[in-house]
Write a protein that binds this ligand. Structure first.
Ligand SMILES: CCCCC/C=C\C/C=C\C/C=C\C/C=C\CCCC(=O)SCCNC(=O)CCNC(=O)[C@H](O)C(C)(C)COP(=O)(O)OP(=O)(O)OC[C@H]1O[C@@H](n2cnc3c(N)ncnc32)[C@H](O)[C@@H]1OP(=O)(O)O
Length: 192
């Protein structure tokens, strides 16, 4: 079995913000209405609202509630990793790469109490062919608050067939009936 790593390879280049990437301040639309991370149609989801930054970077806030507990009054680590996965994966909107998470490394540096507002950031660090390397973190209660969680990730660009060939037929068929359930990379209105 391959021992995978997330180190940026020597042939990687700096990520390029696509000329048609949304402007700083733009709130990215959900990529799938039933996504656990950002979908409005997902009652148990995180409902993250992700905002485009000045470079190849994004920000979001995430309010930790009693629904997110792992230990009494503290956030579940896997759930915090999910929030980071979401804001990292959405970087593909800036580089115009439709990606899935191949690897996600998370450091939990401080406990995150219920009632915390986490200020999340992500940025694209490098691109090597289909591979997008990214990093992100979550600050406690203020954009410059203490770092509670941080992550490094590798995303791999995939075609539409990744979803159509692997997703359950019921959900794929539902998109066929209602294409507004998904937003493809680049398929949004910047100035509605
Ligand atoms: C009609 C329906 C359409 C629906 C579409 C709707 C929306 C989607 C569009 C955009 C998404 C937008 C935003 C995303 C927002 C949120 C983020 C959430 C994202 C997720 O939550 S997504 C779920 C979890 N995710 C998976 O479910 C992936 C399962 N997985 C696979 O599907 C394959 O594993 C895949 C595709 C990753 C690779 O497979 P593959 O066959 O295409 O390519 P291959 O294996 O050759 O890897 C290529 C190069 O990556 C290196 N590599 C691969 N894996 C590595 C690892 N772990 N560590 C280090 N390096 C790794 C290789 O070493 C090689 O490197 P090299 O080229 O240098 O040799």
């Amino acid at each position: 079995m391959t021992a995978y790593r997330t180190e940026i390879p020597p042939d990687a280049v700096a990520p390029t913000r696509h000329p048609d990437a949304p402007a700083p301040g733009f709130v990215l639309p959900t990529h799938y209405a039933n996504c656990f991370g950002c979908g409005p149609g997902q009652p148990h989801g995180l409902h993250m609202r992700i905002v485009v930054g000045e470079g190849c970077d994004l920000t979001a806030t995430f309010d930790v509630t009693e629904d997110h507990q792992g230990a009494p009054g503290l956030a579940h680590g896997g759930l915090l990793a999910s929030a980071l996965d979401e804001i990292l994966g959405m970087l593909g909107h800036l580089t115009r790469m439709s990606c899935v998470t191949a690897r996600l490394e998370t450091d939990f540096r401080r406990p995150v109490p219920v009632g915390t507002r986490l200020y999340l950031t992500s940025r694209a660090d490098a691109v090597a062919g289909r591979k997008l390397y990214a990093s992100g973190q979550g600050h406690l209660d203020a954009p410059d608050g203490p770092v509670a969680v941080r992550a490094r990730a590798l995303f791999v660009q995939v075609g539409l067939e990744h979803f159509t060939e692997n997703g359950r037929a019921a959900e794929i068929d539902a998109i066929g009936r209602d294409p507004s359930l998904i937003t493809h990379i680049g398929d949004y209105t910047v100035n509605p």
